[in-house]
Ligand binder design. Structure first.
Ligand code: ADP
Ligand code: ADP
Length: 230
């Protein structure tokens, strides 16, 4: 079963004027794939990621997440599915400023059925996994950009998602720090994580096995790397 399957998915903002943010497309992403999404500003990258992340519903077509047809699901069912399957990493790290790294990660488990006593153990383990075991008590303001983004990755991973969606994860990082964040994503990929990463940066795109390009809402990818042709 693919992790992500778009069947003739389309998203149009009604307007007027109507905006065809994503033209009808098929997309299949299998478990363990590392895929990058490239395209100019306004081309539809966030729209694609928001649909994949169950933050927006397509106006037409079907989106199956791990084989589950998400069409016509209500908000609470979608939220539950999102929490169970998906981790998000954004360009701006979105950490709570007055909470430590450990607390930021623990808070991500608040609405999941993780027993309170388990939260600290799991948060500690996942901070260690991203190389920040020694920074657990630090506040975001005491951390570098690279460290903050690692905390954000830890927070995304703590729910044990099958899919990690990253929107310009290196957009606020200098090139050395970006390289180290990409090395972390490579490690997650080697460990079997499915990754979808939006980027402007061709350097970042080289890390993925597959690149999808979007232009004016039209999704395309080089034929030679296409996997499941629809
Ligand atoms: P990208 O992430 O590549 O910058 P987006 O997916 O954010 O592109 O946007 C795709 C298109 O949809 C753009 O033309 C954008 O202006 C438009 N758009 C995004 N959100 C809305 C909205 N809420 N209402 C109307 N148009 C929108
Ligand atoms: P990374 O490569 O993970 O971003 P750096 O080598 O840039 O880490 O930073 C090392 C240390 O310097 C960090 O532990 C942090 O305490 C401190 N530091 C770096 N940049 C900043 C910053 N912008 N604000 C606060 N502390 C910083």
């Amino acid at each position: 079963t693919p992790v992500i399957e778009f069947r003739d998915v389309e998203l149009t903002y009604p307007g007027p004027p109507a905006v065809h943010a994503l033209r009808p497309c098929d997309l299949r992403i299998d478990s363990g794939e590392f895929i990058t999404v490239m395209g100019p500003s306004g081309s539809g990258k966030s729209t694609l990621l928001n649909i994949a992340g169950l933050l927006d519903a397509p106006t037409r077509g079907r989106y199956l997440l791990n084989g589950i047809d998400t069409r016509a699901m209500g908000a609470s069912r979608l939220a539950a599915l999102r929490g169970e399957h998906i981790g998000f990493v954004f360009q701006a790290f979105h950490l709570l400023p007055h909470r430590s790294a450990l607390e930021n990660v623990e808070l991500a488990m608040l609405y999941q059925s993780v027993p309170r006593g388990q939260r600290r153990l799991r948060a500690t383990a996942v901070l260690e996994r991203v190389g920040l075991g020694h920074r657990a008590t630090a506040l975001p303001t005491q951390m570098s950009g690279g460290e903050r983004q690692r905390v954000a990755v830890a927070r995304a991973l703590v729910g044990e998602p099958s899919l990690l969606l990253c929107d310009e994860p290196t957009g606020n990082l200098d090139s050395d720090t970006a390289a180290s964040l990409l090395a972390l994503l490579d490690t997650l990929h080697r460990d079997g994580m499915t990754l979808v990463v939006i980027t402007h940066d061709a350097q970042v795109a080289r890390h993925g096995q597959r690149t999808v390009t979007i232009r004016d809402g039209v999704l395309s990818e080089p034929a030679r790397q296409r996997t499941g042709a629809a």
